[in-house]
Design a protein around this ligand. Structure first.
Ligand code: AKB
Length: 316
């Protein structure tokens, strides 16, 4: 059977670029984008698009059957900072959307599922440096709790019902084509926009808060690679650690100042500081490397160059 893809939550930061990458891989006719609202990003001006609430199992099933979908990428979620403001809604969206899609796979309506987890599954008792694949996991945010519960469901559905579900724990994702929304790592995107537009930025995290980060191209490649890997090589059916780089706001600011010497940063930590304080500083991704050959291509310097070069074209 040929691959026909549905992306749920396609208009978000990762979904937008994943839509383009999946269309390049499988052809425009074989990729359906969906979201609760359509974004005006030009990516969605062409190709199939469905308005879809990720909490509505029946609507997902109708869409899947209409387009004869084989693979679902479930990208809809409330991220860490927004979820803290609306815990019950976050739990409903993050958890029920996953269960709906896993059940469609259990019923063999679809063949394969991609579902993103996050470094937010770790907590203050997890080792902070080079956080291992398997370790203490005591997330303190609603988002982290929902991602950890989701990981357990993924493994459960694989083990008990043979569901082919694959997952990676995204770090903070840095990109210039679509904005992030509601995350703790969002500062690492906002800072570029403000540096170019206003020459200054007020950061909501402390200058020495190190967090794992990744450029969008690496994140999208990881997503497509894990989905294309042979099933037997995917030994972790909860979710894989993946890593690219780690840096503090101060280190990022200094790298930006290399290209924009006038750039000034102030620090006014808010409630997101408490979230960041419970997350890893860096991640051990050796399981992903050995099982399905994962490795990142963009370090901090390369990310800064890509961001500034591309945003200068679109913002100025
Ligand atoms: C967030 O900050 O909430 C996300 C994440 C690390 O999962 N970017």
């Amino acid at each position: 059977m040929s691959t026909k893809v549905l992306i749920i939550g396609a208009c978000g930061q990762i979904g937008t670029e994943l839509t383009t990458a999946l269309r390049n891989t499988y052809g425009v006719a074989n990729v359906v984008a969906s979201d609760i609202r359509k974004s005006d990003n030009e990516v969605f001006a062409h190709g199939a698009f469905e308005l879809l609430d990720a909490r509505d199992k029946e609507a997902i099933k109708v869409c899947v059957e209409k387009h004869e979908i084989t693979d679902v990428y479930l990208m809809a979620a409330l991220l860490s900072a927004t979820a803290e403001k609306n815990p019950e809604f976050a739990w409903d969206l993050n958890m029920n959307s996953l269960l709906h899609v896993l059940n469609l796979a259990k019923e063999r309506v679809i063949q394969k599922v991609f579902w993103p987890s996050s470094i937010a599954v770790f907590g203050k008792n997890s080792p902070k440096v080079n956080t291992p694949q398997h370790t203490i996991m005591e997330p303190s945010t609603v988002y982290g709790i929902s991602k950890l519960a989701g990981e357990r469901w993924c493994e459960y559905y694989h083990k008990n019902y043979g569901v082919d579900v694959r997952s990676i724990r995204y770090p903070g994702i840095i990109s210039w084509k679509a904005n992030p929304g509601g995350g703790t790592t969002d500062y690492a995107v906002e800072i570029f926009h403000e540096a170019i537009k206003h020459g200054q930025y007020t950061c909501f995290l402390k200058e020495d808060t190190a967090l794992p980060m990744m450029f969008m191209d690496d994140a999208v490649r990881a997503t497509i690679d894990i989905m294309n890997a042979h099933s037997e090589t995917i030994k972790v059916r909860s979710s894989y650690n993946i890593a690219a780089t780690s840096f503090t706001p101060k280190e990022l600011s200094e790298a930006i100042q290399q290209l924009l010497p006038e750039f000034v940063v102030r620090y006014e930590p808010d409630f997101r500081q408490q979230i960041a304080d419970t997350w890893p500083e860096s991640i051990d991704d050796s399981a992903a490397s050995s099982d399905w050959n994962w490795s990142a291509q963009f370090d901090m310097k390369a990310i800064v160059l890509e961001m500034i070069t591309n945003l200068q074209k679109v913002l100025v």
